[in-house]
Unconditional design. Structure first.
Length: 345
């Protein structure tokens, strides 16, 4: 396919893609240069980006929610791209996409080698992981895929907290977190290829504010039970109801009947967490739920979660969540007011 005079942004999609990500990105990127001037002066400007939806074969398909997608082009017919966005490709947190996208992987490796910036939204990072392009780099995706990355892609440093990971930008790789992180990626691409003024103007048109606090405040601890290791699984069951107990790791070691070092090694192998990290994460998760309920004070929440020292609770909470307990409560109170503006039960 012949080169466009405008920067070519390719949105790579598949049946596992969310319509909100694909069409949201398409609408925003196609508007750059045209819609803002129309809204403020009544005179449409020129579209500054050439945005095309691509799939492996270019044929019409239905994406998530049975929404039809008519790609502009097949990847095999694209001989270049300035940037590629791998849209989200939903997969279960237990289902590694090994061998699922061979044509897309080959094409991504080729266009990246030829100079394209490659990026991803949410679970699209799993496809980038399969290409090997992320090896040795930091990357992000939806927080729910943290354990999958740590277990199956150990050469990648997974950034749970990041909304937009730019640590591999020098190698023309950018990854975005959960599905709505496409907002942040779109603003980044507009700034890169059209300038910051167009990025600001487009953000004003679509009321895009970004996720300045990252995705840590939204992350939830995933705790699959480990039936393969009986003593560890039993300890997980026990700590779920006894997370506020003093010296919880010592109690788990005693219950397991294992030596402390053996217990720590097996616990980390089974859960992906060191024992104390698991306890801290569990306590913080419980504290978040209490803060969201907004029925007791922050200090009481800390005590109920197992922290006798309020200052220690605030310090651990902020390190894990990215917000202080009070700021976290305030953030989710706003969501509660939107969802329940009249206070109805």
């Amino acid at each position: 396919m012949s080169r466009s005079e405008k920067p070519l942004i390719v949105l790579l999609a598949a049946p596992e893609t969310s319509a909100s990500v694909l069409y949201g990105l398409y609408d925003v990127l196609m508007s750059v240069g045209a819609v803002y001037t129309d809204m403020v002066s009544g005179a449409p400007g020129q579209e500054l980006l050439d945005v095309r939806i691509a799939s492996a074969d270019g044929k019409t398909f239905h994406c998530m929610g049975n929404i039809p997608v008519e790609p502009h082009v097949a990847t095999r017919d694209l001989d270049h791209a300035d940037a590629v966005v791998v849209c989200d490709l939903y997969t279960s947190i237990h289902d590694v996409p090994k061998g699922r996208y061979p044509r897309e992987i080959a094409w991504l490796k080729r266009v990246h080698r030829d100079g394209a910036l490659v990026s991803s939204v949410c679970s699209g990072a799993l496809l980038l992981a399969e290409t090997g392009l992320l090896d040795g780099h930091s990357a992000t995706a939806h927080w729910a895929y943290r354990d999958m990355f740590q277990r199956h892609y150990p050469k990648i440093v997974f950034r749970t907290e990041s909304i937009l990971c730019l640590e591999a930008e020098g190698d023309r790789i950018v990854t975005a977190g959960g599905v709505s992180a496409w907002h942040d990626l779109a603003v980044y691409l507009i700034a890169k290829f059209c300038g910051y003024q167009h990025a600001i103007e487009t953000a004003k048109v679509f009321l895009i504010s970004g996720h300045s606090e990252g995705q840590s405040p939204y992350a939830v601890m995933t705790r699959p039970m480990v039936s393969e290791d009986g003593p560890i699984s039993e300890c997980q069951t026990w700590i779920a109801d006894n997370y506020a107990t003093a010296k919880p790791v010592a109690h788990m070691v005693e219950r397991s009947g294992l030596k402390p070092r053996t217990f720590s090694r097996r616990f980390k192998a089974a859960t992906g967490f060191a024992p104390i990290e698991y306890v801290q994460a569990l306590r913080i998760e419980e504290a978040k739920q209490m803060l969201e309920a907004d029925t007791v004070s922050v200090d009481e929440v800390g005590a109920l979660a197992g922290y006798d020292d309020p200052a220690s609770f605030r310090r651990v909470f902020k390190r894990g969540v990215g917000l202080s307990p009070s700021a976290y409560r305030k953030k989710f109170q706003r969501i509660t007011r939107i969802a329940n503006p009249h206070g109805a039960v």
